[in-house]
Design a protein around this ligand. Structure first.
Ligand SMILES: NC(=O)c1ccc[n+]([C@@H]2O[C@H](COP(=O)([O-])OP(=O)(O)OC[C@H]3O[C@@H](n4cnc5c(N)ncnc54)[C@H](OP(=O)(O)O)[C@@H]3O)[C@@H](O)[C@H]2O)c1
Length: 327
């Protein structure tokens, strides 16, 4: 069977991580990379053994020998670059957050339908074997009815108004970059939308949220207590508590393990499976599978889920009055 031909758009930190994952898979080839600069494109191509490089994103989108493009630019560039790739008939795996707001997400979803191309948000956490195992434990009733989910994702990053994390022109702030993980994790397990969304944020000097807390309340009596931050070490763990037991996941967004306890703190089950490469191979494999099967979206990460998460984040931002430039 012919190998799926990937292109990477952008040459930053996550592009490099994903390139390693692609290079570890047998059924695809990392065939081209594009940067805004020829020099950076060439350096990246040399580093990851890529045959073709372009100093212009558009050239990658137009390359007829590419099947699918991975978008790895800052949040505010996702819409424009994904749109360009779709219009050139390319399948797209776009980094999270899919776009800045749900309106743009809706536009990309319709465009992909119009052009009949595959589209998926690169929410890699949903494809990790540990996440899938936790979901299975929940579905099998191992912790009984879920009552409460607690998850945080926050680290200290020195204030730099030009950086991707603090710059509003690049979609900075904790919610879109990190808060999306606990929200997605919760939604992934509960398979429903919250009835109530309550939140509070500290908006910093550069006018983005440096810290936030979010409460999601579901009609069936489940509460989620979530937080994210870029100016403090909040931790990275998740707890899913049910009436019969509790599941704990360290570094949940990149977990390769999880522990299931009963309500007396006895370990009942454990999952531990080191990544084959770096954890990004699982989402890449899913894209390859979908393309081979002619699917236009992944059943494991459908576009409806992506849109639901964007809608929750819109609601949260609107309660803070946080609007990005150009919105
Ligand atoms: N899934 C994950 O685990 C994960 C982890 C980290 C980040 N991400 C997501 O991936 C995206 C990129 O994050 P990153 O950490 O890789 O960022 P990064 O290291 O800053 O790299 C972003 C790249 O995008 C390109 N770019 C295009 N327009 C740019 C602009 N105006 N300013 C800066 N760079 C620009 C640059 O490549 P060229 O100059 O070569 O074109 C740059 O190297 C973000 O949306 C982020 O949320 C996901």
């Amino acid at each position: 069977m012919e190998k799926i031909r990937w292109g990477i758009l952008g040459t930053g930190s996550i592009a490099a991580t994903f390139a390693k994952a692609l290079n570890s898979l047998d059924d695809c080839i990392l065939a081209a990379v594009a940067s805004r600069s020829d020099v950076r494109a060439q350096e990246f191509a040399n580093r990851f053994n890529i045959n073709k490089y372009y100093g212009d994103y558009n050239k990658l989108a137009e390359d007829p020998d590419i099947d699918v493009i991975y978008i790895a630019v800052p949040h505010t560039g996702h819409k424009e670059t994904t749109e360009m790739c779709i219009k050139n008939g390319k399948a797209v795996l776009c980094e999270k957050p899919f776009t800045i707001n749900s309106r743009d997400t809706e536009k990309l979803i319709s465009l992909a339908k119009e052009y009949n191309v595959f589209l998926m948000e690169a929410m890699w956490t949903k494809f990790l074997p540990a996440s899938i195992k936790v979901k299975k434990w929940i579905k099998e009733g191992r912790i009984g009815k879920v009552r409460h989910i607690k998850a945080s994702f926050g680290f200290y990053s020195e204030y730099d108004p030009d950086s991707r994390l603090y710059n509003p022109s690049l979609g900075g702030g904790a919610l879109l970059d990190l808060g999306i993980y606990p929200i997605t994790y919760t939604t992934f397990f509960l398979d429903s939308m919250p009835d109530k969304v309550i939140s509070s944020a500290i908006i910093g000097e550069s006018k983005v949220d440096e810290q936030n807390v979010i409460i999601l309340q579901y009609g069936n009596g489940v509460l989620a207590d979530l937080s994210s931050g870029i100016s403090a070490e909040l931790g990275y763990d998740a707890v899913i508590a049910g009436e019969k037991g509790v599941i704990k996941v360290n570094k949940f967004w990149m977990a390769d393990s999880a522990i299931l306890y009963d309500n007396k703190h006895n370990i009942i089950d454990e999952f531990n499976e080191p990544f084959k490469t770096n954890g990004y191979e699982y989402e890449a494999k899913e894209v390859n599978r979908c393309l081979r099967e002619g699917l236009l979206e992944s059943p494991q990460n459908p576009l409806k889920d992506t849109l639901d998460i964007m809608k929750i984040m819109d609601r949260i931002r609107s309660s803070w009055g946080l609007v990005y430039p150009g919105e």
